[in-house]
Design a protein around this ligand. Structure first.
Ligand SMILES: Nc1ncnc2c1ncn2[C@@H]1O[C@H](COP(=O)(O)OP(=O)(O)OP(=O)(O)O)[C@@H](O)[C@H]1O
Length: 257
């Protein structure tokens, strides 16, 4: 059984079709990335998998059952840490919302924080953390919810290039240890290849998956992997498909004028 199955999903807003026949699946413990141009419906797709919205037609299954709130944990683009709560209390929040007592939620968060490089920062206010640390805290809060699937929406988009690479390598390490099932949206082709088992390219307006790349590069992938011919070839293949879909999108827009 797949962790996530999206079958023939359509979604429109008014008379505007955003998703049209989207099909894909994510296997248990797999790391899959979605890439596509801005505004192509990635966040809409995430809302459907998170069970926050329903498709007009088609089916979204998480763990074999229809998507519903509470099956997948969503880490939004902005970290949304509350400035007035400590790092520990921010991380515990996801569990408290599920009805876990504050004491128990804090204990579980305290246990996990060292893995996320946040030992010693439990009582700090989020404002004292670097950008990378804030993202690790937001990810800890997401992971702590103990859901079947993690949905990461451009988790490192706001970080500088050096911190971003560090965070990607760190995420790969903790993912290899824990084997969460991850579906990640990113605009960064390099990030997608570095982290994923498979990368799906979305063709916009209306959106569907139009190309899939399987990344079989051995793990752990390192900073050196980025320069290998195998890595560069995959990056190139994805860029060609991404630009191809962008060109097709421009043509469609020209024709509809
Ligand atoms: N609630 C809504 N009502 C009307 N239109 C919407 C709604 N939500 C999204 N849209 C439209 O659907 C399209 C897809 O939006 P969505 O946010 O899913 O794209 P995205 O790929 O996540 O964008 P980005 O990469 O910029 O974050 C956009 O054109 C957007 O304007």
């Amino acid at each position: 059984m797949s962790a996530v199955t999206v079958t023939a999903v359509d979604r429109s807003y008014g008379d505007r079709a955003v998703l049209d026949g989207v099909d894909f699946s994510v296997e248990l413990g797999e790391f899959v990335s979605l890439i596509g141009p801005s505004g192509c419906g990635k966040s809409t797709l995430f809302s459907l998998v998170a069970g926050l919205e329903r498709p007009d037609s088609g089916e979204v299954l998480v763990g074999g059952a229809p998507a519903a709130p509470g099956r997948a944990a969503l880490m939004p683009q902005k970290d949304l840490l509350f400035p007035w709560r400590s790092v520990l209390d921010n991380c515990a929040l996801g569990l408290q919302v599920q009805g876990v007592s504050r004491r128990e939620a804090r204990a579980r968060a305290r246990e996990l924080l060292p893995t996320f490089g946040l030992a010693g920062f439990e009582d700090a206010a989020p404002g004292r953390l670097s950008g990378g640390m804030r993202q690790r805290a937001a990810l800890a809060r997401t992971v702590l919810q103990g859901r079947d699937v993690l949905l990461l929406d451009e988790p490192f988009g706001a970080l500088d290039a050096l911190t971003r690479t560090e965070m990607q390598l760190w995420l790969q390490k903790v993912w290899q240890e824990h084997r969460w099932t991850v579906l990640m949206v990113t605009h960064d082709v390099r990030e997608a290849v570095l982290l994923s088992d498979r990368v799906l390219v979305l063709d916009p307006r209306p959106t569907r998956v139009h190309h899939e790349v399987r990344v079989t590069l051995p793990r752990p992938r390192t900073a050196e992997t980025l320069a290998t011919s195998g890595f560069v070839a995959l990056e190139q293949e994805l860029l060609e498909h991404l630009h191809g879909s962008r060109r097709a999108d421009d043509q469609r827009r020209m024709l509809s004028r």
